[in-house]
Design a protein around this ligand. Sequence first.
Ligand code: PA5
Length: 441
Amino acid sequence: MLKLDLSNASSFLSQDYLSSRMEALEQARVMLAEHNGPGGDFTGWVRLPVEYDKEEFARIQAAAKKIRSDSDVLVVIGIGGSYLGARAVIELLGSADHKLAPNKPEIFFAGNGLSTDAMGDLIDYLEGKDWSINIISKSGTTTEPAVAFRVFKGLLEEKYGKEEARKRIYATTDAHKGALKGLADAEGYEEFVVPDAVGGRYSVLTAVGLLPIAVAGVDIEALMAGSAEAMDVLAKPGADNIAWQYAAARNALYDAGKSVELLVGYEPSFRFFAEWWKQLYGESEGKDGKGLLPASVEFTADLHSMGQYIQQGQRILLETVVKFSKSRRTITIPNDPDNVDGLNFLSGKPLQFVAEQAMRGTLLAHVDGGVPNLVVEADARDERTVGQLIYFFEYACGLSGYLLGVNPFDQPGVEAYKKNMFALLGKPGYEEQKAALEARL
Ligand code: PA5
């Protein structure tokens, strides 16, 4: 199981930071367990690692097998909670660079923005390849994926004909309602469900994440088993519960004036896990004028760009470091008889040793510079550990939101830009807003 080291934050925390929050944490635990706190209708993710649809899980595995056998590329269309979790897990367990650790089939993500050129590049890349689509949208009406789906569905039908294209489109959406549900029913696409009680940013362990993740060759049973392990451990109340400690520490640091939490990774493949984490915490806590701003950095690369600010800029930061203790490989630093670069004192040492000292040195420097460091210690970069990390951060996020006094399971602010965009695009029903916005622009 993961470990949490708070020793490099202790000088910034009062003695009673945890004990003074135990009552509120217990209330939060009960609200999550009994689904009766604010947003309780969207806490279906709490027991998801064991209470999931086993029949659907088998269908996900079968669909993944088919896609692996008949496609060079899977185009995964979705945005936000219907996108980030799958990419986070696929990259963290593989590589940030497709060329270095190619998935077979390759997975490309579309519909997560509105860039014409990015879409065009992918369209060119698909030329001459066999491919399939997984369209993911709970509402079925989100503009970015809906537009992308129109385009890629058209191309797929052009290539294979309507009948065969139908067999290459997999729709993950609401069980009962929405535009995508209607279309999937009418066309006869294979369908997977975003459960009613699970919001987008908590949905990675549903078909939303699991189908693309399985297509990438990840063992989704081991992923679920890892998350179930974390669920069992973190459900137990008490001061030694690491989700309680993490939620309490970040809440205490926020109360003490910190306003930005940087998630720190040392693996390039961790980048999209950090993007997933930012959505999780940003959408869950950033409301009512409250909340730590979630941001992320990749060390040691960003020590040469953001390092200056972290060390000496505004003292508003805390860092949460996710540390993987084992590399998958060993690379030893060679000896150089000329020693022109003066690095022979490292000859024969594993690169991992150098990385560890960089991590330790950075941590102490940042603490000396006034940045508390919370360290989540993970073991290997494998399915089990990643399942634990997902559940740990989700559960701690639910606790954190309740400690902060917000509803961690809604996202009313996301609507504001959508309404303006619909109005400016001329969607019927938005005529008045359109005129008002145009006048301002
Ligand atoms: O967390 C959320 O609710 C959002 O990020 C959604 O996941 C995102 O807007 C996509 O929504 P949908 O799946 O309905 O297309």
